[in-house]
Ligand binder design. Structure first.
Ligand SMILES: [Zn+2]
Length: 303
């Protein structure tokens, strides 16, 4: 199949279900971008070899999840950004290098990911931590010049100066913030190496767009320009959905309380009538079933 044909392919319902179960970011995407993502994922799955370390097989879930979130980064950049990428290795245990443990690492051609960390990063969509976004941002950073230095455009690019200025200005600001114990939208790990500025900023861009736009609009704008995406409205739409759900839940709870009050009042009235012998015991043969049915109906009916 040619790349053009692959780009037109769609996921199966089962594959979409894997993503909606595992990826908070996928669930936030507007539907037109989801369609675009499916095509890019087919190219990715066609061109990239998956390997495993400690697992007996690479599962469908692993392939679909990695392809999806990796391709979010290139939704509007196109697949060429990953044209040098060859292999993704999924590891069961933490990756070990220089006596330290890592959740992932990446070059231009190879990416290694620890599966548990990947899943955690995907499910928590706003904790500023996402191994896939992080490692594939390293791929993009190195794609232009094989250098991991947080300037993801090649030397002749018209945007080169903009990126150099951004790094020169913003990197010391992050350093200064953490030095005096202040928070910064971009997590502190960015300070471990200059190469981690672009990757951690990418995580914030997709996971905490509201904060990044508010407190570091220059970083947000350059990433918006680079990725050709604006994740802020995606989060707003998600917040609205959560708010609506909470409101509906509150409304349902209120209505149930009212019905509970009605039931208790009815029982009290019935008891009152019996105590003053206005009704006989026979009355309760009819009253109890009706009362129980009323309770069951009021507790099961929707709002
Ligand atoms: Zn990194």
């Amino acid at each position: 199949m040619t790349r053009e044909e692959l780009l037109k392919q769609q996921l199966t319902d089962e594959q979409r279900k894997i993503l909606s179960d595992c990826s908070a970011l996928y669930n936030r995407l507007p539907s037109d971008l989801k369609t675009k993502l499916e095509g890019l994922m087919h190219v990715f799955l066609h061109e990239v070899t998956f390997d495993r370390e400690g697992f007996t097989e690479v599962t469908e879930e692993m392939r679909i999840c990695v392809a999806a979130e990796a391709c979010v980064l290139i939704l509007n950049r196109g697949y060429d950004s990953y044209s040098q990428l060859r292999r993704v290795t999924i590891s069961k245990d933490a990756l070990k290098r220089d006596g330290e443990e890592w959740a992932g690492w990446a070059g231009r051609r190879d990416v290694s990911l620890q599966w548990d960390a990947v899943l955690h990063g995907m499910k928590q969509g706003n904790d500023n931590y996402n191994v896939i976004l992080h490692e594939f941002a390293h791929v993009l950073d190195q794609a232009d010049d094989a250098q991991a230095q947080s300037i993801p455009v090649h030397e002749g690019s018209v945007d080169r100066a903009k990126w150099e200025e951004l790094l020169k200005r913003e990197y010391p600001r992050i350093k200064a913030a953490y030095k005096v114990g202040r928070a910064h939208t971009i997590r502190e790990y960015a300070l471990s190496d200059e190469a981690e500025f672009f990757t951690c900023a990418t995580e914030s861009f997709f996971e905490r767009p509201k904060e990044l736009k508010k407190y570091n609009p220059e970083i947000y704008d350059i990433l918006q320009d680079y990725y050709g995406l604006d994740p802020l409205p995606w989060s707003r739409a998600e917040e609205k959905r959560i708010e609506q759900k909470a409101q509906e839940w509150g409304k349902r709870k209120f209505i149930r309380l009212i019905w509970m009050g009605v039931s208790v009042t009815l029982m009290a009235v019935a008891m009152f009538l019996r105590v003053f012998e206005i009704v006989s015991d026979d009355f309760f043969i009819y009253f109890y079933p009706v009362w129980f049915l009323l309770i069951i109906w009021s507790q099961t009916k929707k709002s």
